[in-house]
Design a protein around this ligand. Structure first.
Ligand code: G3H
Ligand code: ZN
Length: 278
């Protein structure tokens, strides 16, 4: 059965480690993430981007991930990532266990309003909600960050958490979605200030391409959930390409998709170990 993210993130917060969250695009990537987490005996969050809901319906992802989680003796949450549409967020909560309402491009007041609206619908279904303050740079789905002031402000976080009682909060501290161009400038000081000011589990987006040292530093300064997407896509696609190049005559998708599965599984195990802080 799917779990929501409340207990697994609160446990991570008090244990000073992070739950790794992975965006998956298809069944093989979902299998790879859950099989890796099973081997690592770790809680895990499987994420579906909002754009992916145009590729396949939410219920189909939910059926796949629920079936896999039923056969796993670990906690698995299914999370909708970066949803800017309140109605879609509420609708998806019918079959997902966790939802991100991303109104980070709006004013603080609008962000609070949108988050409260989604929260009120999700609470009744025992579905948890993540919101975002500040901005993650780069591009995720069709959300492009065009703000220059991307860092979450401490006073905004305090007000936001007080007024919404949100379950987890993504904070813009200088990370970017996609492939980093140049050295990322992560504002760890701001993270520390936010951590000291609010009690809610904090989320780091845009973790692909960050060094292990930076990820560890962010976790030790208060991050409880770390999101990985781009690195999984790269690993899956490169492995499938290689498999097809190696055997041009292959026509069975099970053969080359298996290579993608294996590459993602290996990567996910590394990221889970990194987030475990052991
Ligand atoms: O929401 C998803 C993430 O923030 C992943 O970012 O593509 O840089 O790993 P990434
Ligand atoms: Zn993100």
């Amino acid at each position: 059965m799917l779990c929501n993210t409340r207990d697994i993130l609160l446990r991570a917060q008090s244990g000073k480690y992070a739950v790794a969250a992975f965006n998956v695009e298809n069944m093989e990537m979902a299998q790879a993430v859950i099989d890796a987490a099973k081997e690592e005996k770790a809680d895990v969050i499987v994420q579906i981007s909002t754009k992916s809901l145009k590729y396949a319906p939410a219920g189909l992802y939910a059926a796949i991930v629920s079936e896999l989680s039923n056969k796993a003796d670990i906690n698995v949450a299914l999370h909708l990532d970066h949803c800017t549409d309140q109605e879609l967020a509420v609708k998806t909560a019918e079959c997902f266990s966790s939802i991100m309402i991303d109104a980070s491009k709006c004013t603080l007041e609008e962000n609070i309003r949108a988050t409260k609206y989604v929260l009120s619908a999700c609470r009744a279904k025992n579905v948890t909600v993540e919101a975002e303050l500040g901005m993650v740079g780069g591009k995720e789905d069709d959300i492009v960050c065009d703000k220059t002031d991307i860092y979450a402000k401490v006073e905004d976080c305090v007000r936001f958490v007080k007024e919404t009682d949100v379950d987890s909060l993504a904070v813009g501290i200088g990370t970017m979605h996609g492939v980093y161009k140049g050295e990322p400038k992560i504002n760890v000081e701001r993270l520390k200030e936010i951590r000291a000011a609010v009690n809610v589990p904090l989320v780091l987006h845009g973790a692909s391409g960050l060094s292990s040292e930076i990820v560890r530093e962010c976790i030790s300064e208060g991050i409880s959930k770390v999101n990985f997407a781009t690195e999984l896509r790269i690993a899956f696609t490169q492995a499938v390409k290689k498999s097809l190049e190696f055997n041009e005559n292959v026509i069975d998708p099970k053969v080359y998709l298996k290579s993608g599965y294996l590459a993602v599984k290996e990567l996910v195990k590394e990221k889970i170990e990194l987030c475990s802080m052991k």
